[in-house]
Structures are given as structure tokens and as C-alpha cells.
Design a protein around this ligand. Structure first.
Ligand code: NAD
Length: 466
């Protein structure tokens, strides 16, 4: 396929394209349930009819193994959209609430309504999923949408820019490609909600731009997601589940285990298990494995390489620059004050730090910004309860990694430095709705007690009933 190196939209056209989506919203194009259903079905058709092109583009950008690309950037997306189609009416129907005596005769409800025009800005690591799942939620809620894929995953951006206009209504769904300059111009326009996924530095830029128009934001950010391994943990299963979550997409996952705090009594055993599971998953030469991804760009490769300088690798530590390959790497003897323990790693490097107790692990985690995800491995129920009760995180999987975000019943998002707001499942539509409170009164009864002139007798009655 033809790859565009720097996909971008002509900046002078951006304001007009955003304006067109607003016209479409005002004209009511996006409101009918049938329109919404057709767009959601269009998204599924786009993904299924061009599945191979998406898989190829994901391999081009990230060396994504086909199975990983299919699960995370195709099947997960179609699964979320199918649930939206199935529940489209239900999730857009008014919900009755009770009415107090003083309002009688009356009925009250919460009436879901779309917000208007939603801007979705996505990053490069799951470039299809992180653009289309929020976009589908916004459409299911009846909004017009402006999509901004990441320029870093350029092949996916190019493919989406080609296909979105073929499958979705261009009047109400615009796709704008580009990097900082184009996104800056996009952010100068007015929206009714901005949904941003990416790093916290740009999250602050987005929130500052949104503040000018009092536009609400959802910020899906990242950070250092810790794993706590108690002495009671099943180490074989722990190692497999950490390894799967860490080396999926070569560690370029927002909820990937960033570092491990392991009880000192099982530290060495965990390293042996990790070594063994890495060989099981990727063989003795992981760069030859068809199941292992690559680093997205030379810039990201160089950043990760600096973490390896002077570090002690118990496993891996190798790299091949021309191939943007860094092996699954486990670091030991890590200084908690070092750079690798400050920045989000966002790559296939896993520092392991011994701790003497669960309390020490809790102190370690709570003295740092709230993570997007937290993982605790233990058979001891008290250890699990202590971690759950005394730490804060966007989400948690106990005795596993990443899986909490696959449950559509659990809204996915961060807290504090790791973000604000959540989505997936019903929450993924709800985030793009205003639940308008409506109280409708009947006119058969209209007692004059509530109206002026206020008398002492009326005041006495108010004191009794209110
Ligand atoms: P990125 O570089 O692709 O940037 C994200 C988006 O911001 C892109 O569309 C980009 O064009 C835009 N952008 C970049 N600089 C900008 C600027 N100065 N002004 C306006 N827009 C700008 O991706 P990234 O930020 O490197 O993504 C990785 C980060 O995202 C990690 O921190 C990761 O944890 C986080 N992340 C979070 C989630 C989540 O769901 N919470 C998911 C994936 C990634």
C-alpha cells in the first residue's frame, strides 16, 4: 500500500470543516436514531471490509503482530460498537425519577441529549481503537464529531482519512490529519466536548484551550502503573500475566505494568519465572518472533535506549536500531531515584524493585501521582484488601493485568495525573450526553397555598410539610 509520511490536512481548511459539522448538528442531521445506527454500522463495515488494510497499516506503524492488532484494534472496537447498536434506544431513552409532593401533580425524568460537536484526539499506540471507540460513543449519543488521529502512526492515519469519508456521513463526521500545528488550529475552534487520549503535557495544552470556551474535557492520560507482588502470590501465573500485559505491543500500552514491587522473599523466583515465560512467549530470539511488536519511531526508540544505559538487565537489554527493536527486558538493582522510575516507560523495559512488606509497597505507590492502573498479585486476601483500600488508581486488576478495561461494565479512565472521566460500554455513550432534568407538571390541580400573598397560616403549613 502507499504510505504517506507526514499525513496532514491543509490548515486553512480546518476552521471551515469544523464549522460544517456544527451546521450539520444544528440542522438536526445527527439526532435521528436511524442516522446514528447507520454511522455505527458504517464503522463496523469499514473495519471488517478493510480489515487486512488495517492490519497492514498497524504492522507498518508498530510492527503489531496480526493477532494483537486484530484483538485490540479491530475486534475490541467492533465489540464496543455492536453493544452501542444493540442498546442504542435504551441508552438514549429518558429515565423516570420520582417527584416530591410539593411538585404534584408532576412527572420527572432525565432526558439524554447530545452535547453538540465533539473533538476526539487520539494517540498512536492503539490508533484505531482510541480514535473510533470514543467517536462511536459520541455518534451513538447523537453528536457531530471531528476526528484527529495521531500523526505518529502515519499509515493508520492515512488509511482512516481515506476510509472515514467513504463509510461515514462527511457532513457531520470530519477527519483532520496532522501534528502539533494542525491540532493547535483544531483546538482554536469551539466544541461542546473534547475527548483527548495521550500524554499529560499535551493534556494540559488541551485543557487550557478548552477552558477558553468552558468546554468540558475527558482526558485519558497515562503514568506509571505499578504491579505489587505479595509473598503469597502464585508466581508462575503472576509472571505470565505480567509478561502478557507488559510485552503486548512492546510495552506501548497506557495500562502496561510500568514497574514491579515484589516481596524480597520471592524476588529471585519471580525473575526466574519471568525469564522462562519470555522464552515461552517469544522464543530465545524474540526479534525473530512473529508475536512481538516494534517501537513506533526512531525518536521513541532513542528515548527508551537511554533507560538501558548503565542499567542491570536480568533478562534482555538488547536492541536493533534499524529494526526499532528492543527485547523484552527485565531490570534489577534499580535505583528508585533514577530516570526509569520517574518517567512513564511506555516500552518493553520492566524494572523490578524488592520490598519488605505490603505497607512499604503502598507507601511507594501513594507517594507518587495516582496511576492509570494498579495491579496486585496475592493469594492472601488481607494483602489484596490493604492495597485496594489504601491506594488510588484509575482502575485495578487483581491477580492480572489490563483485563479490567475489557469489561464494558467498568468505566475506563484515570484519576488525578492519569486523567479525568471514563468510557467503555454504557459510560462510553453517557460521557457524550447531557442528562437534561425535566419536570412536567399537570394543570388539573393548582392549589393557591404555594402562591403569594403569604399569610401566617400558610407559613405554619409550610413549616409542617417542608
Ligand atoms: P501522541 O504523540 O500521538 O499525541 C497524542 C495526540 O496529541 C496526537 O493526536 C497528537 O497529534 C496530539 N498532540 C501532540 N502534541 C500536541 C500539541 N503540542 N498540541 C496539541 N496536540 C498535540 O501520543 P502520546 O501522547 O505520545 O501517547 C502516549 C501517552 O498516551 C502515554 O502517556 C500513554 O500512557 C497515554 N495513553 C493513554 C491512554 C488512555 O486510554 N488513558 C491510551 C493510550 C495512551
Amino acid at each position: 500500500m502507499t504510505m504517506q509520511v507526514n499525513p496532514h490536512t491543509e490548515i486553512s481548511t480546518i476552521a471551515g470543516r469544523v464549522q460544517s459539522t456544527r451546521h450539520a448538528f444544528r440542522a438536526g442531521v445527527t439526532r435521528p436514531i436511524e442516522w446514528r445506527r447507520a454511522q455505527l454500522q458504517g464503522m463496523i463495515a469499514m473495519l471488517t471490509e478493510h480489515e487486512q488494510e488495517f492490519l497492514d497499516a498497524l504492522r507498518h506503524d508498530l510492527g503489531k503482530p496480526t493477532a494483537e492488532a486484530f484483538i485490540t484494534d479491530v475486534a475490541f472496537v467492533t465489540g464496543e460498537i455492536k453493544a452501542m447498536i444493540k442498546n442504542l434506544r435504551k441508552w438514549n431513552t429518558s429515565v423516570r425519577v420520582s417527584s416530591p409532593l410539593v411538585t404534584m401533580p408532576a412527572k420527572s425524568c432525565l432526558m439524554p441529549e447530545p452535547l453538540g460537536v465533539v473533538l476526539v484526539i487520539a494517540p498512536w499506540n492503539y490508533p484505531v481503537q482510541l480514535l473510533l471507540v470514543p467517536a462511536a460513543g459520541a455518534i451513538a449519543a447523537g453528536n457531530a464529531v471531528v476526528l484527529k488521529p495521531s500523526e505518529v502512526s502515519s499509515a493508520v492515519s492515512t488509511l482512516l482519512a481515506k476510509l472515514v469519508p467513504q463509510y461515514l456521513d462527511s457532513e457531520a463526521v470530519a477527519i483532520i490529519e496532522g501534528g502539533v500545528a494542525e491540532t493547535t488550529e483544531l483546538l482554536a475552534q469551539q466544541y461542546d466536548h473534547i475527548f483527548y487520549t495521550g500524554n499529560g503535557t499535551v493534556g494540559r495544552v488541551v485543557m487550557t484551550a478548552a477552558a477558553k470556551n468552558l468546554t468540558p474535557v475527558t482526558l485519558e492520560l497515562g503514568g506509571k502503573s505499578p504491579v505489587i507482588v505479595d509473598a503469597s502470590a502464585n508466581l508462575r501465573v503472576t509472571a505470565r500475566r505480567i509478561a502478557w500485559g507488559k510485552w503486548l505491543n512492546a510495552g506501548q500500552t497506557c495500562v502496561a505494568p510500568d514497574y514491579v514491587l515484589v516481596h524480597e522473599s520471592v524476588h529471585d523466583k519471580l525473575i526466574v519465572e519471568l525469564q522462562s515465560v519470555i522464552t515461552d512467549f517469544y522464543g530465545t530470539e524474540p526479534h525473530e518472533s512473529q508475536s512481538y511488536a516494534r517501537i513506533v519511531s526512531p525518536r521513541h526508540f532513542d528515548r527508551l535506549k537511554t533507560f538501558l544505559n548503565g542499567a542491570t538487565a536480568a533478562v534482555g537489554g538488547d536492541s536493533i536500531e534499524e529494526d526499532r527493536y528492543i527485547s523484552p527486558t527485565v531490570l534489577i538493582n534499580v535505583d528508585p531515584a533514577s530516570q526509569v522510575m520517574h518517567e512513564e516507560i511506555f516500552g518493553p523495559i520492566l524494572p523490578i524493585i524488592p520490598i519488605t512488606s505490603i505497607n512499604e509497597a503502598i507507601d511507594f505507590v501513594t507517594s507518587r501521582p495516582h496511576p492509570l492502573a494498579l495491579y496486585v498479585f496475592a493469594e492472601n486476601k488481607k494483602a489484596i484488601a490493604d492495597v485496594l483500600e489504601r491506594t488510588t488508581a484509575g482502575g485495578v486488576t487483581v491477580n492480572g493485568t489490563i483485563m479490567h478495561l475489557t469489561n464494558p461494565g467498568l468505566p475506563f479512565g484515570g484519576v488525578g495525573e492519569s486523567g479525568m472521566g471514563g468510557y467503555h460500554g454504557k459510560a462510553g455513550v453517557r460521557v457524550f450526553q447531557h442528562l437534561k432534568p425535566v419536570l412536567s407538571r399537570g394543570t388539573m390541580l393548582d392549589p393557591s397555598i404555594a402562591y403569594p400573598p403569604y399569610t401566617t397560616r400558610k407559613l405554619k403549613l409550610f413549616r409542617k410539610v417542608l
